[in-house]
Design a protein around this ligand. Structure first.
Ligand code: SF4
Ligand code: SF4
Length: 462
């Protein structure tokens, strides 16, 4: 896919001044009152600390083939060399060569490798946060299997320690750690929402049951922007006769601690869910339609907890697929053509690629795949916290054009996915481009098409 292909169909006027306002200068965000030298030293110290043998091997094994460039939506959409994935690891490379590489002694002794400057940190902030969704597409394409997405995640740790996170992303991460939610969905707000939705939609929404087989979680975007997802969750689980609950001490699966690079906040946020599930004796914790929540708990949860989790963790799409297939969820056929947008963190990074497709087929819809799909799906451009960073909007919209073309090319009647962050990015892109396609939630499609009779096996946990 080339830059020309996408621009012709959905032209952008990124630089056009609106209402006579001048475009603001690019901004470089800092937190705390560290001086420049201390900030640089902290960032480099943490980059170096996160080097393991694997990261060092990655650094040495790049053959500079450039294949990763064509795999990255930000590079493809803009054609700008600085968005080449391997270039985003420049902070690591600089720190590695000077501090740990085979010639580090000479680099330092003879001052052959110059110290990092504040100007470089500014440049890196944009590369590490604004122009990487940690989607892992470059990782799939790289012939040397260099996991650029994970290394960008590690580089964010160093940036977070040095107080170099874009303000909006830092703000939602800090609020999430402090209040329990990045968007103000505090326990009180969440409980009130559940009560209101239960009345409004006449559906039972259990919150804070002392014991339950299944504990269900939501993302902040669903709670605040798509509350119909809460209703859909309740309808499906009640239809199955499941023994389930939300918990006000652990309902928010979004983990902006992870996206910002603050490892302590990531841990705090994950432990809330883990401790709540243990407190109610849940055998299964269901993660919501949220991509990075899946990676944070399903694949990193045991590391955070320090031992295997005493319950199963499943994404809602896996739960739906399994129970649609075994007949515990019964639906009326949905005779439509449908295309599926793979959320990067669930499909490519998480490995749960087949489940949503099984659910779509069980719904009776005809699945029309995008040309590059599953592990090679193009990112929507809003993951990794990018959708929160306003100054990244222009390149995010450019990258979104790739996605629009993919969807258009399928000709499908329905567009669905299983990530509320993708959904928000699609909604925003739809409004920006006056596009006529609306993203729907797979969970809500299932809930809206439930067969009327309830399950005959009320307490089954799957
Ligand atoms: S594809 Fe891999 S080996 Fe090639 S330039 Fe990119 S990171 Fe290096
Ligand atoms: S992880 Fe995704 S966004 Fe980041 S450099 Fe690779 S392809 Fe680009």
């Amino acid at each position: 896919m080339s830059n020309g292909d996408i621009d012709a169909r959905f032209p952008l006027e990124l630089e056009a001044p609106r209402f006579g306002l001048k475009k603001p200068e690019a901004r470089f965000d800092v937190q705390g009152d560290m001086g420049d030298d201390a900030r640089i030293a902290t960032a480099m110290k943490n980059f170096v600390r996160d080097f393991g043998a694997v990261a060092a091997t990655y650094m040495e094994s790049c053959i500079h083939c450039g294949m990763c460039a064509e795999s990255c939506h930000f590079y493809v959409a803009t054609g700008e060399a600085k968005y080449t994935p391997i270039w985003k690891l420049e902070p690591f490379k600089q720190a590695y060569k000077r501090e740990m590489g085979p010639f580090a002694f000479f680099f330092r002794t003879f001052n052959l490798k110059k110290r990092t400057t504040v100007a470089q940190l500014k440049e890196w902030q944009e590369l590490i946060y604004d122009s990487c969704t940690m989607c892992g597409r470059c990782t799939m394409i790289c012939p040397m299997a260099i996991d650029i997405a994970s290394l960008v995640g590690l580089a964010r740790h160093g940036m977070a320690q040095a107080g170099l996170v874009p303000h909006e992303l830092w703000g939602v991460a800090e609020r999430s750690d402090r209040e329990g939610s990045p968007l103000g969905a505090t326990p009180k707000v969440f409980k009130e929402r559940c009560e209101w939705l239960a009345d409004e939609y006449e559906v039972s929404i259990p919150v804070d049951k002392a014991r339950a087989n299944i504990m269900v979680t939501m993302s902040s975007i669903e709670i605040m922007k798509y509350p119909q997802s809460i209703v859909a969750t309740a309808k499906v689980l009640n239809h199955m006769g499941a023994d389930w609950t939300f918990r006000s001490d652990g309902y928010e699966a979004t983990n902006f601690g992870m996206l910002s690079g603050n490892a302590q906040w990531q841990k705090d946020i994950s432990l809330r869910l883990i401790n709540a599930a243990i407190a109610c004796g849940a055998e299964l914790l269901i993660l919501p339609e949220c991509g990075h929540a899946y990676g944070a708990l399903r694949w990193q949860g045991a590391n955070v907890y320090g031992k295997p989790l005493p319950f199963k963790v499943r994404h809602i799409s896996e739960f739906l697929a399994e129970n649609l297939q075994n007949g515990r969820i019964r639906v009326q056929p949905l005779a439509k053509t449908m295309t599926f947008h793979d959320p990067c963190q669930v499909s490519r990074r998480g490995g749960a690629m087949e489940a949503p497709r099984q659910a779509i087929r069980a719904l009776g819809a005809e699945l029309v795949e995008m040309k590059e799909t599953g592990g090679l799906n193009w990112c929507c451009g809003g993951g990794g916290g990018v959708v929160t960073i306003h100054r990244a909007d222009p390149i995010r919209y450019k990258a979104f054009q790739i996605k629009m073309k993919q969807v258009e090319d399928t000709g499908a009647e329905v567009l669905t996915s299983t990530c509320s962050n993708c959904r928000q990015t699609f909604d925003d892109g739809q409004a920006h481009f006056h596009w006529d396609k609306t993203m729907t939630s797979l969970l809500e499609l299932v809930a809206d098409n439930l067969a009327e009779a309830p399950s005959e096996r009320p307490s089954a946990v799957k």
